[in-house]
Design a protein around this ligand. Structure first.
Ligand code: HEM
Length: 452
């Protein structure tokens, strides 16, 4: 049925509340790099829980279709609530729903102006293809898995050995090791101690947090890209048996002038940060949930050596930490044409907002909304996307995160190493199987004590 009606509009007050209670706190915590103090405030004040409650209220009031916000004339935003509409928007990426939204472009252009996420065809397809080829998107286990697991083993052992009796494992210590792993995975051993590189990425991510409101620093961006290119060339020159790394794979991956490898790698370096946070949160969940921890230990005992490449239960724990505390809480699309929905038309050039905490923590629809339930992910493997309730830590459809499997490989193995030490006790948070899990969990506040 075709209709010329438009979709429902929120009132001005409701639209303002969406910005104040939902999008504002998300932005304040830092979209491209987290601001630890703001994440702590969000945790203390329960801001993410309030945001979910407000979104449920709007959904209950306006029913089924996307809800247009009331904003100045030329700017259109719509909230997408219903599972089937979320599936539609993600599956109909890139036509009519483009990933290259104005906000994302303004933010990511600070350090990866030619990154795939903010590209349009014909360049976009080439860049996506390049990402998929190096990251082994289609494979559950990356071809360099054994080497990467060795890297993780070395760095995690060094981290654990550095913790004396009564010392604590906190985010600062963990992050040093995690980013060593990241630099070795991406570039090889030569970059292991190049902390300046990570600092450079983080500085530009800090600018990106402000999107349009921060001037671009071309000099810094050039510095980052030439450092990345230096490591890519180093890997390419290392002869017939190069040290395994993503950079070494780049050398043998088809590319042309549009591929812009340094921009793609800049995205990878940025995106490994949330992966580290997720390991730390999953560790906190397992340290506070004995039943699930026992299941994880059973899996570890049954799998040693190469069979650690695929650890279904630990991967499910990682996915569950991402469900509970998604690191990409807002998935944005921009409509390129007017689109038809049940109750009317959505104007062209509308920004569509999928707020994933509403779907992941919807206690009106999910019995497990606020509990630690890794089994949900094991069950999901048996249903098709269209049947599934949308749990979207890595998004879905043609723009699904091309590193999903690589991230699950690296994070589950890092988690395995930390769990295997058997010595870490959570000291800092009140996570418990008897309490609903908090809407925010700051990784910066987590502390694990080494048991005596
Ligand atoms: C916990 C870790 C990560 C999570 C939760 C995550 C999540 C996501 C999500 C939700 C998107 C899609 C955004 C959208 O639909 O608009 C995405 C895109 C992307 N991710 Fe990840 N990601 C993670 C880590 C990584 C890593 C480590 C890499 C690279 C090594 C990576 C590479 C990419 C790329 C290249 C895209 C753009 C895809 C496209 O536009 O086609 N991600 N990621």
């Amino acid at each position: 049925m075709t209709t010329t009606n438009t979709l429902p509009h929120a009132t001005l007050l409701e639209s303002l509340k969406v910005f104040a209670q939902v999008l504002g706190p998300t932005w304040a915590k830092g979209v491209i790099i987290r601001r630890p103090a703001m994440v702590g405030i969000a945790e203390s004040l329960g801001l993410d829980k309030h945001a979910v409650r407000y979104m449920q209220k709007l959904r209950d009031k306006y029913g089924n279709d996307p809800l247009l916000l009331r904003l100045p004339k030329s700017i259109n935003y719509a909230l997408v609530f219903m599972p089937e509409h979320v599936h539609r928007v993600l599956q109909e990426t890139h036509q009519p729903f483009a990933t290259d939204s104005r906000e994302k472009h303004a933010a990511l252009a600070h350090f990866q102006p030619h990154g795939v996420l903010i590209s349009q065809d014909p360049e976009r397809s080439k860049r996506r293809h390049f990402n998929e080829a190096v990251l082994d998107t289609a494979l559950p286990v990356h071809r360099l898995a054994d080497h990467f697991m060795g890297v993780i083993h070395e760095e995690a052992s060094q981290l654990l050995n550095s913790l004396g009796y009564k010392q604590q494992l906190d985010w600062e210590r963990f992050a040093i090791s995690w980013f060593r792993i990241v630099r070795r995975v991406v570039f090889g051993n030569a970059a292991r101690d190049d902390e300046q590189l990570t600092q450079l990425v983080n500085k530009l991510r800090g600018h990106a947090n402000w999107a349009f409101m921060h001037p671009k620093n071309d000099k810094l961006q050039q510095q980052l890209h030439s450092r990345i290119n230096h490591y890519i060339q180093l890997a390419a020159q290392s002869g017939s048996a190069p040290e395994p790394s993503l950079a070494a794979l780049i050398a043998s991956t088809p590319q042309d002038a549009d591929t812009a490898p340094a921009d793609q790698v800049a995205h990878w370096l940025f995106a490994f940060d949330p992966a580290g946070m997720t390991v730390f949160r999953a560790l906190a969940l397992l340290a506070s949930h004995p039943q699930q921890a026992a299941q994880a230990q059973t899996e570890l005992k049954a799998n040693t050596g190469s069979s650690r490449q695929y650890l279904p239960y630990l991967r499910a724990c990682i996915l569950e930490a991402l469900r509970l505390w998604p690191t990409t809480p807002v998935i944005l699309r921009q409509s390129k044409t007017a689109t038809q929905w049940d109750s009317g038309m959505m104007p062209t050039n509308t920004g569509l907002i999928i707020y994933t905490p509403l779907l992941h923590r919807d206690d009106e629809n999910l019995s497990y909304a606020n509990t630690f339930a890794p089994e949900v992910w094991l069950d999901q493997q048996h249903t098709t996307t269209a049947q599934q309730w949308p749990l979207l830590p890595f998004s879905d459809g043609p723009a699904v995160c091309p590193a999903r499997n690589l991230v699950l490989l690296l994070t589950s193995n890092m988690l395995a190493q930390l769990l295997e030490s058997g010595a870490l006790e959570l000291r800092s948070s009140r996570l418990s199987p008897k309490l609903p899990l908090p809407g925010t969990l700051s990784p910066y506040r987590l502390r694990f004590k080494v048991k005596g």
